[in-house]
Design a protein around this ligand. Structure first.
Ligand SMILES: [Zn+2]
Ligand SMILES: [Zn+2]
Length: 266
């Protein structure tokens, strides 16, 4: 069984818990860790988990809403930390250096599109256009069900959509409504960055990705990484439900504080 649960999503912190259970063995992967260790502990508790019960953490890129306590998690609880070489190098330029985690827990993702095996999970990272050193997003499978995680990218690309086209569940960035961003309070440079090709997805772009990736086996769509200033859960859900022809209430919107409930990918 493959199931997942957002621990919270947005510019204040992102984390997605993925769990596979096969032949009595459970593997737990945390994708991004944009919280303090105390806050992560608090958010894991409703799932009946503690940080030491995680098998690995995968950092998609070095932005603070994704790294958070990852290095502490490694050091204190012995959880291996996976990231691209570019992300590791970018993190190393920041106040928490690599030595904080311990070399034995550092794991490099070898290449874009090359799968890595984490217990009962196979994870395939892929590169995305985003304003970070070597940003990745991923798809993963327990051998039966497939889940795509896509929280930070500036525009849909053929390569990205190819990686997500047969997933049974998608956690998909719906960062902003283009009109709200244009009319909103951000300074001009920030509007350009967020709306640019290496920034974040507008709801309409998320809808384009979903339209390309939808198929009859798609069970769950979760809207994620919503901007609190430039989007609303209703607008994001409407954009995605419009593609699927379903009720907006069938789209789950990951809350910044509450995340989402457990969802079965297959
Ligand atoms: Zn980012
Ligand atoms: Zn982010």
């Amino acid at each position: 069984m493959l199931r997942f649960r957002s621990l919270g999503s947005g510019s204040t912190g992102n984390g997605t818990l993925i769990e596979s259970t096969r032949n009595g063995r459970t593997t737990r992967l945390l994708v991004d860790c944009g919280f303090s260790l105390r806050e992560l502990t608090r958010r894991l508790a409703p799932a009946g988990l503690t940080p030491s019960m995680l098998d690995a953490v995968f950092i998609t890129h070095e932005h603070s809403d994704h790294v958070g306590c990852a290095l502490q998690l490694g050091r204190r609880h012995g959880v291996p930390v996976w990231a691209s070489l570019g992300t590791w190098q970018a993190m190393d330029r920041k106040p928490a250096p690599l030595r904080a985690v311990g070399a034995e827990l550092v794991r490099h993702v070898a290449l874009d599109g090359v799968p890595i095996e984490l217990g009962g999970l196979q994870v395939t990272p892929f590169g995305v256009p985003h304003d970070a050193a070597e940003p990745l997003q991923l798809r993963c499978t327990d051998g039966v069900a497939r889940l795509g995680v896509l929280t930070d990218l500036g525009e849909p690309t053929e390569a990205v959509m190819g990686h997500l086209s047969d997933c049974h569940a998608l956690l998909l960035e719906c960062n902003h409504d283009a009109q709200m961003l244009a009319d909103g309070p951000y300074p001009f440079f920030l509007k350009r960055r967020v709306g640019g090709v290496r920034g974040h997805l507008a709801n309409t772009q998320s809808a384009t990705i979903l339209d390309r990736c939808r198929h009859t086996g798609l069970r769950h769509v979760v809207a994620a990484h919503l901007s609190q200033q430039n989007n609303t859960p209703e607008l994001a859900a409407a954009a995605l439900s419009g593609v699927l022809g379903c009720s907006a209430t069938e789209i789950i919107v990951a809350d910044a504080l509450q995340g989402s409930p457990w969802l079965d990918a297959g």
